[in-house]
Design a protein around this ligand. Structure first.
Ligand SMILES: C[S@@+](CC[C@H](N)C(=O)[O-])C[C@H]1O[C@@H](n2cnc3c(N)ncnc32)[C@H](O)[C@@H]1O
Length: 187
C-alpha cells in the first residue's frame, strides 16, 4: 500500500462516516431536489415577491446556489448542519462570488428565523410537523412556505404542482397570514 492509497482510504472513510452520522442525527440525507422539483419551486418562488428566500436544510447547495445566481436582487439564506455538504456549498459560493447568499452551519430548529418572503424545504414528514410548530410558536415574519414532496400536517396549501415524474411528486405552496396570536393559512 502506498501513502496515496492510505490517504485515499481514510478520506473515503471520513466522508462516509461524516455523511452517515449526519443522516442518522438529522433524520435525512443531503439528497438534492431533482431538476424538475427545482424548476417547479423556482416557478413558485417567483410568486413570493422580492424578499429573502430561506432554504431549511440547504444540503450541497443544489437549490440555494442556482437560486442566488438567477435572483441576484434577492437575499438567499441556507441553514445546513451536515459538515461536508455545507463546506461544499460554501466553496461553491466563494468560487461563484455569490454576495447575496448566506450559508449558516446551524440547526434551523434552534435559530430565530430572519424576516423573509419565503421558506423553501425538502425534508420529511416529522420535520414538517416541527416546522409548523416552530412557525406557530415563534411567529417569524415569513409570508410563504414552499415544500418539496411533504405537506404541512394541518394547513391547506394554496397551490400544489404535481411533477411529471413516476410518483407525480407534489410541490406545495402555502401563504401564511399572521393574526394576533397564531399564523393561519389563507385558503
Ligand atoms: C433532502 S436535503 C435537501 C437539500 C436541498 N434543500 C435541496 O432541495 O436540494 C435535506 C437537508 O436538510 C438538512 N437538515 C435536516 N435537518 C436539519 C436541521 N435541523 N438543521 C439544518 N439542516 C438540516 C440535511 O442535512 C440535508 O442536507
Amino acid at each position: 500500500m502506498t501513502l496515496f492509497d492510505i490517504v485515499l482510504f481514510f478520506t473515503v472513510v471520513f466522508i462516509a462516516v461524516s455523511l452517515i452520522y449526519s443522516t442518522l442525527q438529522l433524520g435525512i440525507s443531503p439528497m438534492p431536489s431533482s431538476s424538475k422539483a427545482y424548476n417547479a419551486m423556482l416557478k413558485l418562488v417567483d410568486e413570493t415577491g422580492a424578499g429573502a428566500i430561506i432554504d431549511l436544510g440547504s444540503g450541497w447547495g443544489n437549490f440555494v446556489i442556482p437560486m442566488a445566481k438567477c435572483k441576484p436582487q434577492r437575499q438567499v439564506i441556507g441553514y445546513e448542519m451536515s459538515l461536508l455538504p455545507w463546506l461544499t456549498s460554501i466553496i461553491l459560493k466563494k468560487l461563484l462570488g455569490l454576495k447575496n447568499l448566506t450559508l449558516y452551519r446551524k440547526n434551523f430548529y434552534k435559530v430565530k428565523l430572519p424576516p423573509a418572503s419565503v421558506i423553501v424545504c425538502y425534508l420529511y414528514p416529522q420535520a414538517m410537523n416541527k416546522i409548523q410548530e416552530k412557525l406557530l410558536i415563534e411567529q417569524p415574519e415569513i409570508e410563504f412556505i414552499i415544500s418539496n414532496n411533504f405537506a404541512l400536517p394541518s394547513w391547506q396549501p394554496n397551490k400544489v404542482i404535481k411533477l411529471d415524474d413516476f410518483y407525480k411528486s407534489p410541490i406545495y405552496l402555502y401563504k401564511i397570514v399572521a393574526t394576533n396570536q397564531v399564523n393561519v393559512l389563507s385558503t
